[in-house]
Design a binder for this molecule. Structure first.
Ligand code: ADP
Length: 447
């Protein structure tokens, strides 16, 4: 087992990882920018190293500084959290070259999944169902027209190097295709320095369903069921559930089994999430994330298994603590992402939190790095906390969520709490009846 883990992240996830390390009796080092000296994870860590000024490029993304911090403190492993360097293959390679363990998959696996065309090809080869579309990058208009005619309109053009919902364009008819292709290519070139794009069938009313997987790196793979993250705004997840209200047990074990086998065949190591669009009973792979997800606590709530413990165990060579048969799904969980944003316009609202009171009681978990008197710096994303609620079934979970949202107090800044108070009373949400466009439509109506 590791002696000392360096946490290369900030905010709630830094604290989340720190808690797991403490439970396992592992020493902790955190790195932070000058803007985060007052952060909770900095206060609670055994050691901390300031690695640079506020901009992420010069601190949380500064590989040299982070490696130096490992050497100075004698850390033998790095947990990257999510975002920042968590899916940076070069970072994983550099750490390996310094004999420091990256708590995540190999650089090669990160590289494959970071390129969407390559990821889709690999998924297909491993028997994972994919969205019908071009077999690789599209080179010209003629090829685009041929593929689109074959799969049928509407189609979506996506950047191979894409991420964060950028570089995607929908064409509803052949007349739209040329413009969509050109815009997608130039946006992709400008945003990612790579203008390779591909085409796939545009699904009109899908749900976003993702499967949590784990590999031990030695040919064993398991799945921890799925999460439904269909409630999104601008491709950003807002509310997540486990299990999905749309799947039955047979579908769950079928898609989970396919994913677990794929992970085993790939020789993958650590946590991963295989993301699908789901429509009319069919699953369509869109991408794989090679890291821990923001929404992992809903899976922890229904399985009772600490996924960060598992990540650390696997990375240290101790293997997974569970076999597939040990992973049972108990009840229902929902997570609300609480952002420091205006609940209607979603403009960021940094500033000082004058009062912070979190709900409690059975089935409630709040993961947050903020506290009363904390000043939210304006440099990073606006997530200030996550409310995770567990109940014996979805109805109980929703009742408890409503109560927990009423108890939650964040004064001094605007947050998205009022949005969740509206959502929890909405009949479509109560029925679990929503697709990936539901939230945008709801917000546009201004209800
Ligand atoms: P990114 O890595 O940029 O987040 P994804 O491939 O994960 O890109 O897609 C992000 C979102 O875009 C999906 O959650 C979905 O809302 C939409 N999307 C992607 N592919 C399709 C498709 N083929 N049909 C319909 N919507 C899609």
């Amino acid at each position: 087992m590791f002696q000392k883990i360096l946490i290369a992240n900030r905010g709630e996830i830094a604290l989340r990882v720190l808690r797991a390390c403490k439970e396992l009796g592992i020493q902790t080092v955190v790195v932070h920018s000058t803007a985060d000296s007052d952060a909770m994870h900095v206060r609670l860590a055994d050691e901390s190293v300031c690695i640079g000024p506020p901009p992420s490029r010069e601190s949380y993304l500064n590989i040299h500084q982070i490696v130096a911090a490992c050497e100075i403190t004698g850390a033998d492993a790095v947990h990257p959290g999510y975002g920042f360097l968590s899916e940076n293959a070069k970072f994983a390679d550099i750490l390996a070259a310094h004999n420091i363990t990256f708590i995540g998959p190999s650089g090669d696996h990160i590289r494959i999944m970071g390129d969407k065309i390559e990821a889709k090809r690999t998924a297909k080869r491993l028997g994972i169902p994919v969205v019908p579309g071009s077999d690789g990058a599209i080179s010209d208009d003629k090829e685009a027209r041929r593929v689109a005619a074959e799969i049928g309109y509407p189609v979506i053009i996506k950047a191979s190097a894409g991420g964060g919902g950028r570089g995607m364009k929908v064409a509803h008819t052949e007349a739209d295709l040329e413009v969509a292709l050109q815009t997608a290519k130039s946006e992709a070139g400008a945003a990612f320095g790579d203008d390779a794009v591909y085409i796939e069938k545009y699904l009109e009313k899908p749900r976003h369903i993702e499967v949590q997987v784990f590999g031990d790196g030695a040919g064993r793979g398991v799945h921890f069921g799925e999460r439904d993250c269909s409630l999104q705004r601008r491709h950003q997840k807002v509310w997540e559930e486990a299990n999905s209200p749309a799947l039955n047990a047979e579908e769950r074990s079928r898609i989970g089994g396919i994913c677990a086998k794929a992970i085993a065949d790939l020789g993958y190591s650590g946590a991963g999430t295989i993301e699908f669009l789901y429509e009319n009973g069919e699953f369509y792979f869109i991408e794989m994330n090679t890291r821990l997800q923001v929404e992992h606590p809903v899976t922890e709530a229904i399985t009772g298994i600490d996924l960060v413990h598992e990540q650390i165990r696997v990375a240290s060579g101790g293997g997974l603590s569970v076999r597939q048969a040990d992973i049972k799904f108990n009840g229902h969980a929902i997570e609300c992402r609480i952002n420091a944003e205006d609940p209607r316009t979603f403009t960021p609202s940094p500033g000082t939190i004058t009062h912070f009171h979190t709900p409690g009681g059975l089935g409630i978990r709040v993961d947050s790095g903020v506290y009363s008197g904390y000043k939210i710096p304006p440099y990073y994303d606006s997530l200030i906390g996550k409310l995770i609620v567990h109940g014996r079934n979805r109805v109980e979970c929703m009742m408890r969520l409503r109560r927990a949202l009423d108890e939650f107090v964040v004064d001094g800044i605007k947050t998205t709490l009022p949005l969740f108070r509206d959502l929890v009373g909405n009949p479509d949400i109560a029925n679990g009846d929503y697709d990936i466009h539901w939230l945008e439509k709801y917000l546009a109506k201004g209800e």
